[in-house]
Design a protein around this ligand. Sequence first.
Ligand code: FDA
Length: 317
Amino acid sequence: ALGNPLRPAILAAARSPRMKSAITRAPVTRSIVTRFVAGQDRPAALAAARTILDSGRSISIDHLGEDTAEPEQARAALAEYRALLSELADQPEATVGGVRRLEVSVKLSALGLALPRDGLRVAREHAHALCTAAQAAGVWVTVDAEDHTTTDETLAVVTELRADFHWLGAVLQAYLRRTEGDCRDLAVAGSRIRLCKGAYNEPESVAYQRRSEVDASYLRCLEILMRGRGYPMVASHDPVVIEQTQDLVGQVGRGPAEFEHQMLYGIRDVEQARLAAEGDQVRVYVPYGAQWYGYFMRRLAERPANLTFFLRSLVTH
Ligand code: FDA
């Protein structure tokens, strides 16, 4: 979490090509990565998804990739999502109470947003094509939130695409100072909003730095979304957030089909199962693919215990 003094260094390493090559080549890394990443390829992701669906939870599958600098790579990402969506189309359990149990998550920077030329246009076109394929497959899409330099463009693309795909979800990050306002603007009927704390290294000018401030912002944003007219997706493993969600749901009288919990693959699995057994909707974010480095490093940065475990195994290997 943000209380971790090593967080800025780890998040800087998450964007360093030198660190990337050192860490991805360390023999022990693979076994630790599998704790957070469902696998390197689509069959592995679908197998993990199957287990989760069979346990009564829903899924959001993410093909790992970000900061794509080559147009060819952005096209390949879209092709992978299309292949994934056509396989998901064959899965039996599509909806519960109007909520689709199958979802994919995507980063606009994987679809081309960071390309040196025409990034925004390319990402928007690819996202539109992805949503068209998702619609045909009966699968929902949520667009992940990346660093704050992309927030305006990302929310603009989601808003624009929602004209054609009303079910398209957006992500808001509670560590950003702007997010309470975004929650107010976006808590409208039908709008699916995933609220998370935020996983990038952000400057003080735009983001709360102290853990207590981020947590307080999260709870304010959560209340706005819960009292609003949209569909809140509460993406957090934090026990305080989960308890507060249950309280608010009771206060505002939302039924089980009117909000959901979301957690990451491999994190607090027992708690995920407990919430699902109590009748709440739980969606698990399932990442897969070869480009796991940035995702993996953000998970290490969140929790000193994960980092210690990783460093110790590097040394003792
Ligand atoms: P916090 O970090 O305070 O952790 C609370 C507790 O949860 C910890 O004490 C521990 O028990 C457990 N925990 C948390 N992280 C753990 C870890 N890595 N390993 C083991 N245990 C852990 N961010 C973003 O910037 N853009 C996005 O689009 C998304 N998308 C997204 C989707 C979903 C479904 C989730 C759950 C999260 C995201 N995030 C994200 C990540 C999010 O911003 C945040 O970094 C993490 O969820 C960690 O924050 P928590 O709210 O879980 O609380």
